[in-house]
Design a protein around this ligand. Structure first.
Ligand code: KG4
Ligand code: ZN
Length: 329
């Protein structure tokens, strides 16, 4: 079964073709990062306009790269939320038009669920698909969620951030240190030539599976404003260490508490090298992490999720609409 995935929830216009929810046949991503970098963050109106310009060429290229025609596509999966309303609309309306023109069934996907399904993609032969029940740590620009997944499409939210998302914290810390945008990769790169020698607080929120990252960010800001940071690389490394330590420790504690079979990592911050290494090293359970390029926003993950939705009979009609505040559970 071949699914076309379409993703426009934020600042990437993406389309991909995936076979049986597990094999990526093509994966096109048109990034707007350079356009938004000028403003130091995403400008929603600019994002919508760029999606309009890019969406048709990106979809055509994804179909061509996969070496298929519209007759070979069995379903269309499109992100319907959460995300920017204007951006989501471009993807959903384009997907609906294609669905109507080519008579292909359509299903709406939750963007976060898509991030989770990146873990089903392109696994090597000896590496089995994730086993249920599992615990997923979703760390993106807008979310930091610990989710118990008992089966396909079955989610229980165990905990979430009470303030900044992990990716948002990376982006804000990079701005404080004047390291550029997007902040995650910038902090990671700066960290490589530094040591985690700057004292920063960790919010443990003991007895809960929730997170809080605004305190670390504020502490960093105070140090910078007080002229206490001599070496930006050390500050970046200390910040990264603090965030990763909290994410890994709390994820492992929740995995133990709920007796899951394994842990999976999802979302843009899952591209962080220290987080990947530390979770694998410290977790007593098997850990699954998507390939680097499947961690940040893409449409292959949306198509993979769509496959499992179609398989469960979860098809949407043309009444499908965007839900900017869509919840996973
Ligand atoms: O999942 P994603 O691509 O978009 C959202 O759904 O939000 O995540 C984007 C976030 C940004 O905050 C970015 O700074 C962060 O992921 N990110 C990273 C890394 N690569 C991307 N954070 C830390 N280390 C990285 N290597
Ligand atoms: Zn995302």
């Amino acid at each position: 079964m071949k699914i076309l995935g379409v993703e426009t929830s934020c600042d990437e216009t993406a389309a991909a073709v995936v076979e049986d929810g597990t094999r990526t046949l093509s994966n096109q991503v048109a990034s707007q990062v350079e356009i938004h970098a000028r403003y130091g963050g995403i400008v929603p109106e600019v994002a919508s306009r760029q999606h309009i310009l890019a969406i048709i060429p990106v979809i055509k290229q994804a179909v061509a790269d996969a070496g298929v025609t519209w007759n070979d596509i069995d379903g269309i999966a499109v992100t319907r939320g959460p995300g920017l309303a204007g951006s989501l609309l471009i993807g959903v309306n384009t997907a609906k038009a294609i669905s109507m023109a080519h008579r292909i069934p359509i299903t709406g996907v939750n963007h976060l669920e898509g991030h989770i399904y990146a873990n089903w993609l392109d696994r090597n032969g000896s590496d089995p698909a994730p086993a249920f029940p599992l615990l997923s740590l979703i760390v993106s620009g807008g979310h930091t969620d610990l989710v118990l997944m008992k089966g396909h499409g079955d989610y229980v939210l165990l905990g979430r951030t009470r303030d900044d998302a992990a990716g948002e914290a990376f982006d804000k810390a990079a701005r404080i240190l004047d390291l550029g945008y997007p902040g995650g990769p910038a902090i990671q790169q700066a960290s490589e030539s530094g040591t985690a020698s700057v004292q920063l607080p960790r919010a443990w929120l003991k007895g809960t599976n929730d997170f809080s990252f605004s305190g670390i960010k504020t502490a960093l800001l105070r140090l910078v404003e007080g002229g206490k940071i001599q070496n930006k690389a050390d500050a970046a490394a200390s910040f990264q260490e603090a965030v990763v330590e909290v994410l890994v420790t709390k994820t492992i504690a929740a995995a133990r508490e709920y007796g899951v079979k394994q842990v999976i990592l999802a979302g843009g911050v899952a591209a962080n090298r220290l987080l990947r290494e530390r979770l694998v090293k410290d977790s007593p359970l098997p850990v699954s992490i998507p390939d680097f390029e499947l961690c940040t926003d893409n449409a292959a993950m949306i198509a993979a999720c769509g496959y499992f939705r179609f398989r469960a009979g979860r098809t949407d009609g043309l009444a499908l609409d965007v839900v900017p505040g869509l919840k996973l559970a």
